[in-house]
Design a protein around this ligand. Structure first.
Ligand SMILES: [Fe+2]
Length: 289
């Protein structure tokens, strides 16, 4: 059995030291490797890169990562990568690595990937130079991914590690208008052409909370709570998720931003709301038993 732990969008800031260290150190009991699918930092500053690198230093399992768009924001991606590699993390961008697990060889091809959209609603390399550059960047990264996966054909298991999504299915819950900025079908074509046993990506975390809110809805009716409290729980999860997403985006909206502004407080408000809503739902279900 090959056990792969994967995480993405941990968005470490300069003040995030120690937030995940205990969980990472415990990995040896649960996984044979840790894959990190990008956005390790909030804004890609060297200080944030150093903090997240310390968090990943000397873990009991191999750690393989790709960078995400947040890690590029400060134009210091080379420094972030250097910090991670100094910490023993294998960082992939069009490159590959292998991890041996009980005699089986796991090959991992990684790329940040980029946007462009999906079948029926995608950009093409046509028109203005900026549009061509946008789409050709994705094409180049997809070619690198395909080449990397093909070079791993002798492995027992092949994994495609991405930050941007190769398919729209895993973007469920995100606004369809932003799908072209969340991934590209070109990445899926690369995976399909070369073949892979598993594809992992990050980047689309708002949809996860929206998905959670949809899952919670049927359970609300089964709770033993007052009508007002039920109403609170019913809207609490999606509203909290929206606040968390808004905090992420609005806190670093300015291109010149090197650290989050006051809008970061939306994340904490949303987190509290989410916790209260989910715990209330759990209590309501227990009371109904
Ligand atoms: Fe991202």
């Amino acid at each position: 059995m090959i056990r792969i732990a994967a995480v993405a969008d941990i968005h470490f800031g300069a003040d995030s030291s120690g937030m995940l260290r205990a969980q990472f150190e415990d990995l040896t009991h649960h996984a044979d490797m840790l894959l990190v699918a990008g956005d390790l930092t909030k804004c890609g500053g060297p200080d944030e890169g150093a903090v997240v690198a310390r968090e990943l230093t000397g873990l009991p399992v191999p750690v393989v990562a790709v960078l995400g768009n947040h890690d590029y924001h400060s134009d210091e991606q080379a420094t972030v990568r250097s910090h991670l590699e100094d910490a023993g993390v294998t960082v992939l961008e069009g490159e590959t690595t292998t991890v041996d697990v009980d005699g089986a060889r796991v090959g991992i091809a990684g790329t940040k990937g980029f946007g462009g959209g999906f079948a029926g609603a995608c950009g093409t390399d046509f028109g203005e130079p900026e549009m061509k550059a946008f789409v050709r960047h994705t094409m180049a990264l997809a070619e690198g991914l395909e080449h990397g996966l093909r070079s791993l054909e002798g492995c027992d298991v092949r994994v495609a590690l991405l930050h941007y999504s190769p398919v729209r299915d895993t973007l469920a819950g995100e606004r369809a208008e932003i799908f072209p900025f969340l991934g590209s079908y070109l990445l899926a074509e690369a995976v399909d052409h070369a073949g892979a046993d598993l594809a992992l990506h990050g980047h689309a975390h708002a949809g996860v909370i929206t998905l959670l809110s949809l899952i919670c809805q049927p359970f609300v009716d089964a709770t033993r709570l007052s009508p007002a409290w039920r109403w609170f729980v019913r809207i609490g999860v999606p509203v909290s998720g929206t606040l968390i997403s808004a905090g992420f985006f609005f806190s670093v909206l300015s291109p010149a931003a090197t650290e989050p502004n006051r809008a970061i407080s939306l994340i904490y408000i949303g987190a509290v709301g989410l916790a209260v809503s989910v715990v209330s739902l759990g209590i309501g279900l227990l009371r109904a038993r």
